[in-house]
Design a protein around this ligand. Structure first.
Ligand SMILES: Nc1ncnc2c1ncn2[C@@H]1O[C@H](COP(=O)(O)OP(=O)(O)OP(=O)(O)O)[C@@H](O)[C@H]1O
Length: 633
């Protein structure tokens, strides 16, 4: 990723582009994926819908609390105009009643506030719990091509920084908004009731304040979207660097990364500064309007008290109410901040949740025919398959291949020939691209098909597909947990005996037993670190336990030492036995376990035959094999 550039000299901060300068026209290069109209609102409604009753109770608590809080100045007016004169006349009752009333209001307001905060926090926690779960489930369900384009850092940013800004809105912002609106309504009503003239001036001052709020909202929207993109860029850079810490060290990328990160960090800081500046402008403007209105009311009110047309208590109550009317305006700015931040975040989350898997589940799934015991494995057919990644040119131009049930096929070829693509199509990480072969009969292009025992992979439900085809990828990835847990991923209901049996057959039992806690060793903890070859053995044991009809093995490119290679070779023979197998062979020694070799170049099969037959011949594989043998000598 390139570093962000600063705004060109002379440009205003809000002219700054909102997306990182990555864009190539591909929406995946942007932080905000295309969001269908109305999707953000629909997401918010769907999050709140299950808790309608609780939202209503929470709002009622707040309404009550505000009613109680706003009674204070009225009691003060009563105290000045009625209770104090009565007290002077030896009638202590009204003043005691005012004192008791004030205390009761304070206690009730406190209690209601406590109940409200608890209820609001529960609503917000449940919304966030639901949202985080949705992001995780959805991201996990999206197809591989999505993850190849939308970095994991951005998904992390969605489920951390973006969910966090929504939390701020729900925990603090919404309370602010409701409090502000209620205060406006209550206080305007009280002021108008106390004195129509003073109330009228106060209510009229809300007009310029409203205009100011709208102005701020427009400007802050832009700034907050830029800030949220800048936060995401910082997280993405962080995750990318930590994920690639080995190459970072190996290629001494620290200084360059520091510079890139520093630029992104500064961009984040600048967008924060822009946000604060907008806030400062807003607060200054709102205070100016508010203080002018207070000054006008105090002057006018005082002159009316002097000429006896206004009671002193009413003026005191009006001034107290005025403070309460204008104070929330600053808080409204805070709310708009959280609102803008949360709206930008929710838009990004909605964009992610609006993505649909490019490899969809079938509407009417089909079953695979029962396995034949004399021919274990299933027949695999690539029928007129054409394939191009979304970005880049055609990788497989009309590809046909039949692999009979039970056959082990080694696929070799130069780098970039399309071997892994073939494997990924068979595992249905991708579907074939729209085809070029004319459909027999009706005409029109017919998409190619990948068939398993005659059934199109697109017609198989995911569990059926995963029972039918398993792919062991190059990385031999281990999840956090014990060695036994990692093997059991192949079949989660497997017993400990079955797990150990699989490890024994693969030849992994001895090294696993030698680990500090044997099968219970945590692979991510000290002492649980296992070598590349051992990781492959664990992933073979996992595949053996899964026992699929078709196994795809994308062999690791890294070379092992001789005993390691032998152990992997033996394990491979075991795991491939009794099923159809496609091995993407990076080591020619692997070809020894195959019944058939395919040589691929530029997405086409250029040689196809038994290993011995091809080695004897004069083709590309014979050359490759000779060169490999010479290198061993
Ligand atoms: N996710 C992707 N997006 C776009 N292009 C891709 C993607 N994966 C692979 N390609 C391109 O498709 C072509 C075939 O790649 P593939 O990984 O299938 O080759 P391969 O024969 O397995 O190579 P290797 O032996 O180096 O792993 C290459 O040109 C590669 O750049």
């Amino acid at each position: 990723m390139t570093a962000a550039t600063s705004a060109p000299a002379g440009k205003k901060p809000d002219d700054r582009p909102e997306d990182l300068p990555l864009a190539t026209g591909d929406p995946f290069d942007r932080d905000v994926l295309p969001t269908p109209p109305g999707a953000t609102g629909a997401l918010l409604r769907s999050l709140l819908a299950p808790m309608k009753a609780r939202v209503t109770v929470t709002t009622l608590l707040l309404l009550l609390q505000q009613a109680v809080v706003q009674a204070g100045p009225l009691l003060v007016a009563y105290a000045i105009d009625r209770a104090v004169p009565a007290f002077r006349a030896q009638d202590h009752g009204p003043l005691i009643a005012v004192g008791a009333g004030y205390l009761a209001c304070a206690l009730a307001a406190g209690g209601l506030q406590f109940a409200f905060v608890g209820a609001a926090a529960r609503v917000s926690q449940d919304v966030l719990l639901d949202l985080r779960g949705r992001i995780f489930r959805h991201a996990q369900a999206l197809s591989v091509d999505f993850h190849e384009r939308y970095t994991s850092g951005r998904i992390i940013s969605r489920s951390t920084a973006d969910v966090e800004s929504l939390r701020e809105l729900l925990d603090e912002g919404l309370q602010e908004l409701v409090t502000v609106i209620l205060s406006f309504v209550y206080i305007s009503a009280m002021l108008l009731w106390l004195d129509l003239g003073l109330g009228g001036v106060a209510v009229a001052s809300l007009v310029p304040l409203y205009a100011l709020v709208r102005w701020y909202q427009r400007r802050a929207g832009r700034v907050y979207r830029a800030r949220s993109t800048a936060i995401a860029a910082v997280i993405v850079k962080f995750v990318e660097t930590m994920n690639g810490i080995r190459p970072v060290r190996a290629f001494r990328r620290e200084a360059a990364n520091d510079a890139d990160f520093g630029e992104l960090n500064r961009r984040h800081e600048r967008t924060n500064g822009d946000a604060l500046l907008e806030m400062a402008r807003y607060v200054t403007g709102s205070r100016l309007v508010a203080n002018t209105a207070v000054a006008a009311i105090v002057l006018w009110g005082a002159s009316r008290v002097a000429d006896g047309t206004l009671a002193l208590g009413v003026l005191a109550a009006a001034v107290l109410y005025l403070r309460r009317l204008y104070d929330p305006i600053d808080r409204l700015g805070m709310f708009l901040n959280s609102y803008q931040s949360a709206a930008a975040s929710l838009e990004k989350i909605a964009g992610l949740l609006a993505q649909t898997p490019s490899v969809p589940e079938p509407a009417a799934p089909r079953q695979l025919p029962p396995l034949e015991s004399e021919h274990p494995g299933r027949e695999v057919v690539f029928d007129g398959v054409r394939f191009a990644y979304r970005t880049g040119g055609e990788v497989l131009p009309t590809f046909d291949l039949t692999i009979p049930a039970g056959q082990t096929v080694a696929v070799v070829g130069s780098t970039g020939a399309g071997k892994s693509t073939l494997a990924k199509l068979l595992a249905r990480f991708y579907d074939p691209s729209p085809g070029s072969r004319p459909r027999s009969g009706k005409g029109g292009p017919c998409p190619g098909r990948v068939l398993l025992d005659g059934v199109d992979l697109r017609d198989l439900a995911v569990p059926e597909l995963r029972r039918g085809v398993v792919m062991v990828t190059q990385e031999a990835f281990l999840f956090s947990g014990t060695v036994a847990d990692n093997i059991a991923i192949g079949r989660p209901d497997a017993t400990r005996e079955e797990i150990e049996q699989a490890a024994k057959e693969i030849g992994a039992h001895d090294f696993i037993s030698a680990l500090p806690d044997g099968y219970d060793t945590d692979v991510r903890k000290r002492g649980g670190r296992i070598s590349a070859g051992q990781r492959q053995l664990v992933s073979f044991a996992r595949a053996l336990l899964a026992d699929p009809a078709v196994l795809i093995l994308d062999e690791a490119t890294s070379s092992l030492d001789i005993p390691g290679e032998r152990a992997v070779q033996r394990a491979m023979t075991t795991v491939l036995k009794g099923r159809t197998a496609v091995v993407i062979a990076h080591r020619l020694s692997t070809v020894e376990v195959a019944d058939r070799v395919l040589v691929m170049e530029h997405g086409r099969i250029v040689e196809d035959g038994e290993p011995a037959e091809l080695i004897e011949g004069t083709g590309r594989f014979a050359d490759l094999h000779r060169a490999w043998r010479d290198s061993l000598a």
